[in-house]
Design a binder for this molecule. Structure first.
Ligand code: PLP
Length: 641
């Protein structure tokens, strides 16, 4: 690896957060490695150029199913190792929580890989269950149902059991248990030998997770049954003669659990609860430990919100060890552990590539033209003096003086004492003092915080062809960090500091926090934009939660999507799915294209009648308008046509 490539790899932290799936090749392009074989790689820039030639312009979501399968194997192996190491006598199975990414390609790939380990699905709504019931799962896998359930939901669960799936209805509220018992009576009255769903109880643990989702656990959590409610459920099940349906104990203390200590505490509490119930002669088989395995988005391996202070093996070891120890202590059999990890399995496999459209200029750079006049107001002269005499020794003081002079400038302007030209001149001089102050400040070993702020003000703003609300909603809503990397030029040193602005008309549509090993960066090192040459960035690890939570702000639609297989000869584009059109976006908000076309036509006709347009011009206008319905909602990349 060349020294510069080594340097840029470090700047973007690729080896810290990339889980060995990503790297840089000799051309300086970002590559993706096949999970099953490091030597098989795909060049992301080549894929984007290839797609562009086929008319698929950025933004494009690239999906690498092999990475999803790789994560499934990694998790399975970790548990297999721990089970062997600790001589654990129960099994381990996963159920993939569909809410993380319900996309058919994702769920099918997961099931294809997971089949051999009896990995099943978890559904949290009627819509998810409806899909899950038709998908092919291995016969021994579970289909676990969480979330609040009405009678129809429970009825659908019974239908699934009758159709041969190992359905588990996890009771979140007592009323769900009532409905389940009632339906069991009805169904068995008709057919006494038909298969019934199993029942799980979700416990509300006292132990909490850590990080952004810690509300999911603890006494005040939205979900789960208290100890007295659990006992009440058991009483009612006994009373109804249905205690044999109770097979699973469930808990979930939140997503992106950053701290392994918290996880261990929750495991202890849950295992104890399992053991005590088991001692009541109730043969529950499964202990469902929920999801929450975190993705190390910033690569720091800490308990920071965007990270995790453990890896899959450490997680598995702790889960297995704690459950085994508690069960042995209480002298009850080891349960089969069910795990509902979603984020961990699906985050890596998808990345969004898009182009930087332009730079939003904030500072006028050429000051050679600027001349001072005799009759310029005093404040402009002061700023000019500051600019002329700022130095490494006085930059702090001069920067503060400049701030004061700028205040003065605005006050004078608001009082009508200076002209628009004077104000313009003053502002240009002010920003130039700032730039010079920044240059001096950066030369110092220790940069004072006030200059960090200045750097944020001075940095370039790259207008990036995507919607944060559509493609990285957690960055907007929760300030969750995702790694961002150029997909090319990684053999050149990035010389600019920039933040990203998306193309929505929303001042929240920005990215100004970036992953860093020790901190959070407020600016990202990027390359200078070259005229007529596209510059592409990839938003990494966006395969979990982002797609389905992305919204229609400003009617930016679903991006194009391509499925990539990595083989002996590099990449193969397996499938291209066109992104949402302008027509699609409008139908979401209940517009009908035909009706819009009629109305537009009427307007044009009126202009023709009034003699403002010829018939020929009118026809052309109508044709042009109607063609828009099939257009992409995003900007056409610069330099790509
Ligand atoms: C969301 C959810 C999960 C998935 O959590 P991850 O953090 O994605 O692993 C698992 N179980 C339940 C009950 C959930 O609500």
């Amino acid at each position: 690896m060349s020294a510069i490539i080594e340097q840029t790899t470090e700047t973007y932290g690729i080896e810290n957060w990339g889980a060995n799936y990503f790297g840089v090749n000799r051309k300086g392009n970002l590559i993706v490695r096949a999970a099953e074989n490091d030597n098989l790689t795909a060049d992301v820039k080549e894929i984007i150029d290839d797609l562009s030639k086929r008319g698929i312009k950025t933004p494009v979501l690239l999906r690498f199913p092999q990475l999803l399968a790789g994560q499934v194997r990694k998790l399975q192996k970790a548990f297999k190792n721990s089970i062997r190491e600790f001589d654990y006598r129960g099994g381990h199975m996963c159920v993939y929580p569909m809410k993380v990414n319900q996309n058919r390609a994702v769920v099918e790939e997961y099931l294809r890989e997971g089949k051999r380990y009896n990995f099943g699905l978890e559904a949290g709504s009627k819509a998810e269950l409806y899909a899950a019931l038709a998908l092919e799962q291995s016969p021994d896998s579970l289909l676990v149902l969480n979330g609040f359930k009405d009678r129809d939901f429970i009825r659908l669960a019974f239908a699934g059991a009758q159709a041969g799936k190992n359905v588990v209805i996890v009771i979140e509220k007592l009323s769900e248990l009532e409905n389940t018992i009632k339906l069991a009576e009805e169904v068995t009255a008709e057919n006494p030998v038909t298969a019934l769903p199993m029942i799980g109880l979700r416990v509300k643990l006292y132990s909490k997770g850590s990080g952004k989702w810690e509300k999911s656990g603890g006494e005040a959590a939205k979900f789960g049954l208290t100890t007295t409610e659990i006992l009440e459920c058991i009483r009612r099940l006994n009373e109804a003669g249905r205690i044999d349906m109770f097979k699973l104990l469930h808990f979930h203390i939140g997503s992106q659990l950053t701290d392994i200590k918290r996880i261990k505490n929750a495991m202890k509490e849950a295992a104890r609860t399992y053991a005590k119930i088991r001692q009541m002669q109730i043969p529950i088989q499964f202990l469902d430990v929920g999801g929450g395995m975190a993705v190390d988005y910033d690569g720091s391996r800490t308990s920071y919100e965007s990270s995790a202070n453990y890896n899959a093996q450490e997680f598995a070891n702790d889960v297995i060890y704690v459950i085994k120890t508690v069960c042995d202590d209480e002298d009850v059999p080891h349960p089969t552990i069910i795990q509902e990890s979603g984020r961990y399995l699906s985050a890596y496999h998808a990345l969004l590539v898009t182009n930087v459209q332009d730079e939003i200029e904030t500072v006028v750079e050429d000051l050679t033209e600027l001349k001072l006049d005799e009759d310029d107001p005093q404040v402009v002269k002061e700023l000019h003096d500051l600019r002329e005499s700022i130095s490494a020794k006085n930059y702090r003081e001069y920067y503060h003086d400049a701030l004061e002079q700028r205040e003065e400038l605005f006050t004078m302007f608001n009082l009508g004492l200076i002209s628009l030209e004077d104000r313009g001149k003053g502002e240009v001089l002010f920003w130039d003092v700032c730039e010079r102050a920044d240059e001096f400040a950066q030369q110092k070993k220790y940069v004072a915080e006030e200059f960090d702020e200045l750097r944020r003000l001075l940095c370039a703003k790259y207008l990036t062809n995507f919607s944060v609300f559509r493609s990285m909603p957690d960055n907007w809503a929760l300030e969750q960090l995702f790694p961002i990397v150029p997909i090319h030029k990684l053999n050149k040193k990035p010389t600019e500091y920039a933040t990203l602005c998306d193309i929505t008309c929303d001042s929240d549509g920005i990215v100004d926090k970036f992953v860093d090993l020790h901190d959070v960066k407020s600016v990202l090192e990027l390359h200078k934009l070259e005229k007529g040459e596209p510059y592409y960035l990839a938003m990494m690890l966006v395969g979990a939660y982002q797609e389905v939570m992305g919204n229609n702000h400003n009617l930016f639609g679903v991006p194009h999507e391509a499925h990539i297989h990595i083989g002996e000869d590099g990449y193969i584009i397996k499938k291209v799915i066109q992104g949402g059109t302008i027509g699609d976006s409008l139908s979401v908000v209940r517009y009908d294209a035909a009706q819009l076309h009629d109305q537009f036509r009427r307007n044009v006709m009126q202009q023709i009648k009034e003699g403002e347009l010829s018939v020929k011009e009118g026809d052309k206008l109508i044709e042009f308008y109607e063609k828009q319905v099939d257009g992409y909602t995003y900007l056409s990349p610069n330099g790509s046509e």
